[in-house]
Design a protein around this ligand. Structure first.
Ligand SMILES: NC(=O)c1ccc[n+]([C@@H]2O[C@H](COP(=O)([O-])OP(=O)(O)OC[C@H]3O[C@@H](n4cnc5c(N)ncnc54)[C@H](OP(=O)(O)O)[C@@H]3O)[C@@H](O)[C@H]2O)c1
Length: 282
């Protein structure tokens, strides 16, 4: 059975998606930028009894040479035919925009935006030639509305959604589908591994400290099991006619339904109240 390429499979949604797809009988090309971090995936596929359906391939979505060699290796293994790609690799950075160094902002855009574009460009010729292929992009409920201390990540997900909404006009006639998966808050490594930028003399220190507390005590406390997202990604690949958008989790569904319906100032007021920002003064 033709396979699926998944990016960023050392942890989180990527790891669980590999297991879920392999359990459903798919051949999975599990890619990661550092094969030294394969331990958790190796254990997960061994425990699930699906290791024989999974090939590990090195692929760093920010490195054009790595994309070229990774895609070459995957297509050679798949006999030139892939069913789908799951653009899952992603990074974040927390902090007030003014405090976030440009290099950090570029790292997020290079991964979450340019990484998806580069890998898509590398796969389109084979998808077009076979007149079939599904491009699944892991976006976020952060693509629905502005968020404090998260402007770079939010911008990266808005950018990728604009790309995803535009691409089907061009590739749809070749039988290629584009799908957005938009999770709410889930327990993965991204929360701990993303830098939180707070310089000692930051003008935004009071707000940042308040938000850190809210995130750690409220958002993370209610974050959900990432296997829910893996199931939705696999459903989107299995569906004969996939939807364009798959919000995942209650917070994502609320954002999805409210999207574009409230005036932006009212939305900002409600988010500020929800996070207690109205009580914080610089
Ligand atoms: N968790 C949430 O609440 C949430 C909600 C909405 C959307 N998302 C999105 O879900 C996706 C997966 O994140 P996650 O939550 O599962 O976090 P995660 O556990 O941190 O997984 C992120 C994965 O991306 C990989 N990665 C980072 N930079 C890469 C690069 N340059 N090339 C290839 N792989 C790279 C990481 O590899 P390393 O091990 O090498 O760092 C890791 O495997 C991201 O796109 C994220 O924005 C997450």
């Amino acid at each position: 059975m033709p396979g699926v390429l998944v990016t960023g499979t050392s942890s989180g949604f990527g790891l669980h998606t590999v297991v879920e797809l392999a359990r459903r009988g798919r051949r999975v090309y599990a890619t990661m930028r550092d094969l030294g971090r394969r331990g958790a995936l190796d254990s997960a596929i061994a425990d699930a009894g699906v290791a024989s359906r999974v090939d590990l391939v090195r692929l760093d979505v920010t490195d054009p040479d790595s994309i070229a060699s990774g895609v070459g290796e995957v297509l050679a293994g798949a006999g030139g035919h892939l069913d789908a790609v799951v653009h899952n690799a992603g990074v974040a950075v927390g902090g007030a925009f003014e405090d976030v160094p440009e290099a950090e902002a570029r790292r997020v855009m290079e991964t979450n935006f340019w990484g998806v574009l580069r890998l898509t460009r590398a796969l389109l010729p084979s998808f077009r030639a076979q007149r079939h292929g599904r491009i699944v992009i892991v976006s976020s409920n952060s693509a629905y509305a502005g968020e404090p201390a998260n402007s770079i990540y939010v911008a990266s997900k808005w950018a990728i959604e604009g790309f995803a909404e535009s691409l089907p006009f061009e590739v749809g006639p070749f039988g290629i589908e584009v799908v957005l998966v938009e999770p709410g808050s889930y327990k993965t490594e991204i929360w701990g591994s993303s830098p939180r930028i707070l310089p000692e003399k930051s003008a935004y220190a009071t707000m940042m400290r308040h938000l850190e507390k809210v995130i750690d005590e409220k958002v993370l406390a209610s974050a959900r099991d990432p296997r829910e997202v893996a199931k939705v990604i696999a459903d989107a690949i299995d569906a004969s006619r996939p939807r364009f958008r798959y919000p995942v989790g209650p917070d994502a569904w609320i954002g999805h339904v409210a999207r574009g319906k409230l005036p932006t100032r009212l939305q900002r007021f409600l988010v500020s109240r929800l996070l207690g920002l109205h009580r914080v003064r610089p």
